[in-house]
Structure formats: structure tokens, C-alpha cells
Ligand binder design. Structure first.
Ligand SMILES: Nc1ncnc2c1ncn2[C@@H]1O[C@H](COP(=O)(O)OP(=O)(O)OP(=O)(O)O)[C@@H](O)[C@H]1O
Ligand SMILES: [Mg+2]
Length: 334
């Protein structure tokens, strides 16, 4: 695997520290892009690797109606390269329909205004969904060959198609998380600014080191995002200062995600806060995740520049191919 492909696992074995919220909002903001902030739109795949399926629910996806999920990808024993995009992924148009429908239901059947329709739309985001079926995977995988690298194999054909693959992991260091770490080259750790936040960090870092040593030498720490920060809360300040003073201080993003009602309520409305409140410049929750996306995109640009990687944005290539197809079509018409 090319070490500079952006496959990022959003991981922390601690429950409820905003892994899903961070993965979902980052994936969406990077896919959407924002020229006013200097974030160019990218082709993004969000992988829901949690049996809770919260990343899928964040877009209002009805998990009981899914034909294929990440579970089927992990359990596929054929060993051949899988046509992942066509067979397993939920396309941007379906995500868009699902967000709009869920928003209507959450707002008593209210009609979508033109502006609302425009904001509840994704064009460059694909989702590999999950549901409760995945909860059996850890036990089922235990006796399978290649149990730790099944996701890596499953995603192999998608890696060259996307600018970013972002994986949301469950709150454990079990086989599912190991699969995510084996498939990734970067780890993003959301840390909730509360007292026990740092307690599990050394265990998490040890697991990352073990995966680096045994399975995936390309794995590196991409960044630490401080979440649910409360400005007037002493504890919040102490913990954030402690993380910033730790051995990983260089990797901590400057953006602090505040504790914010709009972020908490967004899944109920079936869309990430970065879309729901995109136009609202003063919305603190949305602004914070946009600012984190900007830092992520800048960090990637800087890194690529340092290593002399100037590959074309996949989205541009995608559009280029599409326009070529259109050309062929017009030629056929002539
Ligand atoms: N900045 C925030 N402000 C307020 N609520 C938040 C914020 N970030 C996340 N939440 C809420 O906190 C809860 C936990 O967040 P989330 O599901 O993203 O965490 P998680 O780490 O993925 O949890 P799990 O370990 O169960 O997978 C959710 O109800 C979410 O809506
Ligand atoms: Mg989660």
C-alpha cells in the first residue's frame, strides 16, 4: 500500500468520545469542500465499522433494509478482488435522498425549502454501511484465515479510487478495530476533554504500536482532536492542557470541538452538522468541524508536498473521465 494514501481510522477504545461524530463530519466536510476556506472537494469513502451503525444512522440510513454491509465484505471468503464500489457502497444520491427524507420526518413532514435541499446534498461521499449483524463478526472472524486483514483486502480495490477513506471504529480494541488499523495508514484519535480521557491512551498507543510491529508498519498517528470542550469548565481546560503538554503535543489539532447542542441533535435530523448548519457562520458546532477539516486538509497538503507527492485529486480525475465519456457520446451522435 502506498504509505501516503489517506486511509484514516478514527479510533479510541473509550466509548462516547465523539469518534463517530468526528468521522462523519470530517468525511462530509472533506467531500463537500469549501473554497472560501481553501478546502477543495475530495472523493471520500466513509466506512462504518461499528455494529452500532451510528455513522450510517447519522445520514438517516435505514439499517434494517441494507442488502450488503461491511459485514459481508469481511466475511467474503472468495479471496478475489471485490468490485467494492458497485456492490457494497451507498452512493451519494442515495445518501442525499435519505438525509432529506429523515429531515422531513424529524420536522413533522415540513417541505424542504430550496436552500434546505441544497444543504442536504452530498456529491462526493460514499458510505460502506454497517448494522447489528456486524456484532457477530469478532467471534466469526476469530477462526477465519487472514482475520486481521480482511478489511484491508476488502478495501484494496477502493484505495486508488478515493482521496480519503475514513473508518469509524467501535469502542474496543478487538478484531474489528485491529482490522481498521491494519487497513489504515493513519490514526485519528478523538479525545473527550474529561477526567478519564487520558486513562486509556497508553493502552491505545500500545495497540497501535503492536499493529505497527506485527501487521502494518505503515501505520502512523495522524492527529488528536479534542472534543466536547467546555470553555468555562475547569476540568475541560485541565485535560486539554494535559493533552497539549503530552508527548503527542505536535499531533494535537488546534481546533477544539465544543460541547454543542446542534452537534448532539444532528443525527436526529439525519445529517451531519457541517451540512445542516453550513450556511450559519456563527454556529459553533458546524464551524468547529469545518475548521478541523481545514486543518486536516492542510496537514495532508503539507505532508504530500514534503514527500513530493503531487497526485491529482481523485475527484478531478473522476470528473475528467466523466467529461471524456460525454465527449465520446457526442461524437457518437455526430
Ligand atoms: N461536540 C459535541 N457536543 C455535544 N454532543 C456531542 C458532541 N460530540 C458528540 N456528541 C454526542 O455524544 C454522543 C457520543 O458521540 P459519538 O457517538 O460520536 O461517540 P463515539 O465515540 O462514536 O461513541 P461510541 O464509543 O459509542 O462509538 C452522541 O450522542 C453524540 O451526538
Ligand atoms: Mg461511535
Amino acid at each position: 500500500m502506498d504509505p501516503y494514501k489517506m486511509v484514516i481510522s478514527c479510533t479510541n477504545q473509550k466509548g462516547g468520545c465523539a469518534k463517530t461524530t468526528t468521522a462523519v463530519n470530517l468525511a462530509t466536510a472533506l467531500a463537500e469542500g469549501d473554497p472560501s476556506r481553501g478546502i477543495e472537494p475530495s472523493k471520500v469513502l466513509l466506512v462504518d465499522l461499528d455494529p452500532q451503525g451510528s455513522a450510517s444512522t447519522s445520514f438517516g440510513i435505514n439499517k434494517s433494509k441494507l442488502n450488503r454491509t461491511v459485514y459481508d465484505l469481511l466475511m467474503n471468503d472468495l479471496g478475489e478482488e471485490l468490485p467494492i464500489i458497485k456492490d457494497y457502497l451507498i452512493a451519494p444520491e442515495i445518501i442525499t435522498d435519505s438525509m432529506r427524507e429523515t429531515w422531513k420526518q424529524a420536522n413533522d413532514g415540513k417541505k424542504l425549502t430550496k436552500a434546505r435541499k441544497k444543504s442536504l446534498k452530498v456529491e462526493n461521499l460514499w458510505l460502506l454501511p454497517s448494522n447489528i449483524q456486524l456484532s457477530g463478526a469478532e467471534i466469526e472472524l476469530a477462526t477465519r484465515i487472514g482475520r486481521e486483514t480482511r478489511l484491508k483486502e476488502g478495501l484494496a480495490s477502493a484505495i486508488n479510487e478515493f482521496d480519503y477513506i475514513i473508518i469509524d471504529t467501535p469502542p474496543s480494541l478487538g478484531l474489528l478495530t485491529i482490522n481498521a488499523l491494519a487497513a489504515s495508514n493513519w490514526v485519528m484519535i478523538p479525545v473527550q476533554t474529561e477526567w478519564y480521557a487520558l486513562e486509556g491512551m497508553s493502552q491505545l498507543i500500545n495497540s497501535i504500536k503492536l499493529v505497527q510491529m506485527r501487521i502494518n508498519p505503515n501505520l502512523k498517528l495522524f492527529g488528536i482532536a479534542l472534543t466536547m470542550f467546555q470553555k468555562n469548565n475547569k476540568l475541560s481546560k485541565i485535560v486539554s492542557e494535559e493533552v497539549r503538554g503530552s508527548a503527542f503535543h505536535k499531533q494535537v489539532f488546534s481546533t477544539m470541538i465544543p460541547r454543542n447542542t446542534n452537534i448532539a441533535e444532528a443525527p436526529m435530523e439525519g445529517a451531519p452538522v457541517v451540512l445542516l448548519k453550513k450556511g450559519t457562520r456563527h454556529n459553533k458546532g458546524s464551524q468547529a468541524y469545518w475548521s478541523l477539516a481545514k486543518e486536516v486538509s492542510d496537514r495532508v497538503k503539507k505532508m504530500r508536498h514534503k514527500y513530493g507527492i503531487y497526485e491529482k485529486n481523485h475527484l478531478k480525475m473522476h470528473k475528467l473521465n466523466q467529461s471524456n465519456e460525454d465527449d465520446d457520446f457526442s461524437e457518437q451522435l455526430e
